[in-house]
Design a protein around this ligand. Structure first.
Ligand code: NDP
Ligand code: MG
Length: 384
């Protein structure tokens, strides 16, 4: 519920994606509590148009600009009613809360814009935290607005930390991805189609490949370091193939506290939308009977994106941003068949070996994002 039973004004950035669709399913199930005021997509005009029909009051933004509009089918379309500037629409929409489900580094500026516009931020876009959380945190504090993690592991930790003193360690669970048991030789031959099939979660293509290389967990280690103010050696990763335990915290006294639920992003999204309250979940509860939970150590040799992330987190500053930019470039090269699966960590290692020292301000973050991609692209060119 919004304040005094008023509907919460909700903006959904990346509304046509996996997080966006899950968010709109939550809204569909609990529509009495939300008014959707903004929906954004980048280039999928047809899907955005359909969403516009479902939520007639929302501003519709196609941030990919004029080029995307050309791909619209001819005929009576809503093309004329699409906004092309996400920043302007965010300022105009007056949302109480924004779910940022944009994929990749492009999500950073809209996170800052949403806070500037006075909206609470339900953050699925982990790149925002990885690249520039200190800036986001300062802006949120200045405006008195909450940043509520949606990434399932961080959503779990966020709640496990509430009201709990003496937490010394965070343990992030990882499914291990589809290639958990592959040898290095098998990993070398992995094709994009195989990397796009995830055993427990259905997600957008980029994060699915990141789960297969464990770059997703690498990004999440950095995300946890930044969101929760931990040192990198206080954030551990454990492989847990069932994806039922979403994360754990260990207290000074030695106790472990865990959060469990079915692997369904609608649950952390709903929790974020209602925080600090909560609402009954229409999406079913976890049945404990017969449940089996396995845990094992990750293997940094076969999955070097994880140790590389610890390295970037340890160096801090702009290194996490370079890790992300290089990985985004490497993954898109993998998608177009320009490099192999095991070249992804090689490219990222090459980029991280360069000097990314410097103060973390918005200009340097954007410059690091640009330059890390440029360096990665130069390296990718050598594989051709
Ligand atoms: P998808 O690829 O499914 O969706 C991405 C969305 O972002 C689409 O609406 C897309 O629009 C839009 N988009 C793409 N590029 C841009 C751009 N340059 N500028 C603005 N909008 C853009 O991604 P996911 O939903 O899987 O992931 C979104 C974010 O949430 C990522 O940061 C991911 O790491 C994080 N996350 C996702 C989880 C999941 O379960 N999917 C779990 C935890 C975190 P269009 O359709 O027009 O291309
Ligand atoms: Mg996650």
């Amino acid at each position: 519920m919004g304040k005094r039973g008023k509907k919460k004004r909700l903006a959904v950035l990346g509304a046509t994606g996996s997080i966006g669709s899950s968010t709109l399913e939550v809204v569909g199930a609990r529509g009495e509590d939300f008014e959707v005021v903004l929906l954004s997509a980048h280039s999928n005009a047809a899907a955005l148009e359909k969403l516009g029909a479902r939520f007639p009051g929302a501003l519709l933004v196609l941030s990919g600009g004029a080029d995307s509009r050309l791909s619209l089918a001819p005929g009576p379309s809503a093309a004329g009613s699409f906004r092309l500037s996400l920043a302007e629409a965010i300022a105009e929409a007056g949302a109480d809360i924004t779910v940022n489900g944009i994929a990749g580094a492009a999500g950073l500026a809209p996170s800052l814009d949403s806070l500037r516009a006075g909206s609470a931020l339900a953050l699925a876009n982990k790149e925002t935290a990885v690249m520039a959380y200190p800036l986001v945190k300062a802006l949120a504090a200045e405006r008195g607005l909450p940043v509520i993690p949606v990434d399932s592991e961080h959503a779990a930790v966020f709640r496990l930390l509430e009201g709990r003193a003496g937490v010394e360690e965070i343990i992030l669970t990882a499914s291990g991805g589809p290639f958990r048991h592959y040898s290095l030789e098998q990993l070398r031959l992995v094709k994009p189609e195989e990397a796009l099939a995830h055993p427990t979660w259905t997600m957008g293509p980029k994060i699915t490949v990141d789960s297969a290389t464990m770059a997703n967990k690498g990004l999440e280690v950095i995300e946890a370091v930044r969101l929760f103010g931990m040192k990198p050696d206080q954030v551990k990763v454990v492989i847990h193939p069932q994806s039922v335990v979403h994360s754990l915290v260990r207290t000074r006294g030695g106790a472990l506290y865990a959060q469990l639920s079915r692997p369904d992003m609608r649950l952390p999204i709903q929790e974020a939308l209602y925080w600090p309250e909560s609402a009954p979940s229409p999406f079913g509860a976890l049945d404990l009977a017969g449940l089996r939970l396995d845990f094992e150590e990750p293997d940094g040799e076969r999955f070097p994106m994880l140790p590389l992330a610890y390295g970037a987190a340890g160096l801090g500053g702009l290194y996490p941003c370079a890790y992300n930019g290089a990985n985004e470039e490497a993954v898109s090269a993998f998608f177009r068949g320009a490099v192999g699966f095991l070249d992804i960590p090689d490219i990222v290692r090459y980029v991280l070996d360069q000097d990314w020292g410097g103060a973390l301000d918005l200009e340097s973050v954007l410059e690091t994002d640009r330059r890390s991609r440029e360096e990665a692209a130069a390296r990718i060119g050598r594989y051709a």
